[in-house]
Ligand binder design. Structure first.
Ligand SMILES: [Fe+2]
Length: 347
C-alpha cells in the first residue's frame, strides 16, 4: 500500500504531453519530489486527470535513488480506466499499459566504486579516438553490443555502428568504427547499470542494444563554444536510451535537456546537470534530447558518460517505432573522406 501526497497531471496542447510531478510517501521505493519542473501553465491546459502510481521501480533504481526524480508522461490517444493509464490500440479499444515516464532522472545509479573503476580505465588506459567529433569537442569513445539472454546478457565483438541519416544528418549514413569496451568493464563496474536497464525496461530476450563509454574533452581555448554532440536537438533513432555520468572533471555547463520539438520551442522541464553517478532514462522515440555547451575554467577538462541505446544493432536501418527526423547539419560526414570510404554502399 502506498500513499500519493501530491499528484497533478496536465495535458500539453501540442504535442500532447503530460507532466506528472509527485511527492511519494516514504513507503515508496523511490521518493519523488516536485522540484525543478517547469510549471509554465501558458503551455498547459487546465485539464487534470486522476492518475496512478508510477511504474514500480526495480533493482538499483530503487536501491540507489535517494532523492528526487522527475517524471513526464505522454497521454495523447490514451484514456484512463480505473486509475490505470491505458493506451488505445489500432482497433481503438483500450488496452492496459503500464505507465512509464517520458524521461526520469535517477541519483546515484552508479556507485562511487563503479565510477572510480571506470575513471581509472579512462585515465590510465584511455578510450579510443572518435574521428567523427572533428567538428565539435574532441571525443573519445569505446562501444560494445549487448545481447539480452534469458538470464543476464552477453557481449559480441562488432566494432562499428551506423545511424540512419534520417536521425543524424551530421554523422549518420556510414559505418563508424570504435575500440571495444573491454569485457572486464562490461561485466564489472558497468554490469549493474546494464542489468538494471534491461530489468527496468523489460527488454525481451535476444534483443541487441549498444552501450558506449565516452569522454568529451573541454579546453579553455574553446572559448565557451564546447559543443558536445555536433547535432543540436536530436533523437538517436532508438526506442529508449539512458545516460549515466561517470565523471565531470572541472566541467561547467553540459546540462541535459528534453524537448518536444526539434526547434527547441517546446522544452520539457528544466535543464539538468547529471553529476557523477547520476543517470536519466528517456524514451528516444517520444521526445528529442540535447546537451548544452560545456565550458571550463581549467586549461583542460573532461566529461565522461555511459550511453545505452535500445534496441539497436548498428545496421543503420530505420527504426519503425521511431518516426522522428533530424535538424539539417551544415556538415554531412557521410560525404567526406575517409568516412564515406568505410562503406560506400551506405550512402
Ligand atoms: Fe543523442
Amino acid at each position: 500500500m502506498f500513499l500519493l501526497n501530491t499528484l497533478n497531471l496536465y495535458k500539453v496542447m501540442d504535442p500532447s504531453l503530460v507532466l506528472v510531478c509527485t511527492v511519494m510517501a516514504p513507503m515508496l521505493l523511490w521518493p519523488l519530489q516536485c522540484s525543478g519542473v517547469s510549471s509554465d501553465e501558458s503551455i498547459l491546459d487546465s485539464q487534470r486527470l486522476d492518475i496512478i502510481q508510477p511504474e514500480e521501480s526495480s533493482s538499483i533504481f530503487e536501491k540507489n535513488t535517494q532523492t528526487s526524480s522527475i517524471q513526464y508522461f505522454k497521454t495523447d490517444n490514451s484514456c484512463h480506466k480505473n486509475k490505470t493509464l491505458v493506451g488505445i490500440d489500432s482497433d481503438e479499444k483500450c488496452k492496459i499499459e503500464t505507465p512509464r515516464p517520458l524521461f526520469q532522472f535517477f541519483k546515484g545509479i552508479l556507485s562511487p566504486t563503479e565510477s572510480k573503476e571506470l575513471c581509472e580505465f579512462v585515465w590510465n588506459t584511455g578510450l579510443g579516438a572518435d574521428p567523427t567529433s572533428k567538428n565539435f569537442l574532441e571525443r573519445n569513445k569505446n562501444i560494445r553490443f549487448i545481447k539480452v539472454l534469458e538470464k543476464g546478457f552477453e557481449t559480441n565483438d562488432q566494432s562499428w555502428y551506423m545511424q540512419s541519416e534520417q536521425y543524424n544528418d551530421y554523422s549518420g549514413g556510414f559505418k563508424r568504427y570504435y575500440d571495444l569496451i573491454p569485457e572486464h568493464l562490461v561485466m564489472g563496474p558497468m554490469y549493474n547499470v546494464i542489468a538494471s536497464y534491461i530489468d527496468y525496461l523489460k527488454i525481451p530476450t535476444n534483443t541487441i542494444f549498444m552501450i558506449q563509454l565516452q569522454s568529451s574533452i573541454i579546453r579553455a581555448t574553446d572559448n565557451g563554444d564546447g559543443d558536445i554532440t555536433g547535432q543540436g536537438i536530436h533523437t538517436d533513432g532508438c526506442d529508449d536510451a539512458m545516460l549515466v555520468c561517470i565523471d565531470r572533471d572541472n566541467v561547467q555547463g553540459a546540462e541535459s535537456q528534453f524537448h518536444a520539438s526539434l526547434d527547441g520551442t517546446q522544452p520539457l522541464g528544466d535543464s539538468t546537470i547529471l553529476e557523477a553517478g547520476d543517470g536519466v532514462i528517456f524514451r528516444d522515440n517520444k521526445l528529442f534530447h540535447y546537451v548544452t555547451k560545456a565550458t571550463t575554467t581549467e586549461p583542460v577538462a573532461r566529461r565522461t558518460m555511459i550511453l545505452i541505446h535500445s534496441p539497436f544493432d548498428g545496421s543503420g536501418d530505420l527504426n519503425p517505432t521511431n518516426q522522428y527526423g533530424t535538424n539539417d547539419a551544415t556538415v554531412q560526414l557521410r560525404y567526406d573522406s575517409p568516412f564515406k570510404n568505410h562503406d560506400d554502399s551506405a550512402i
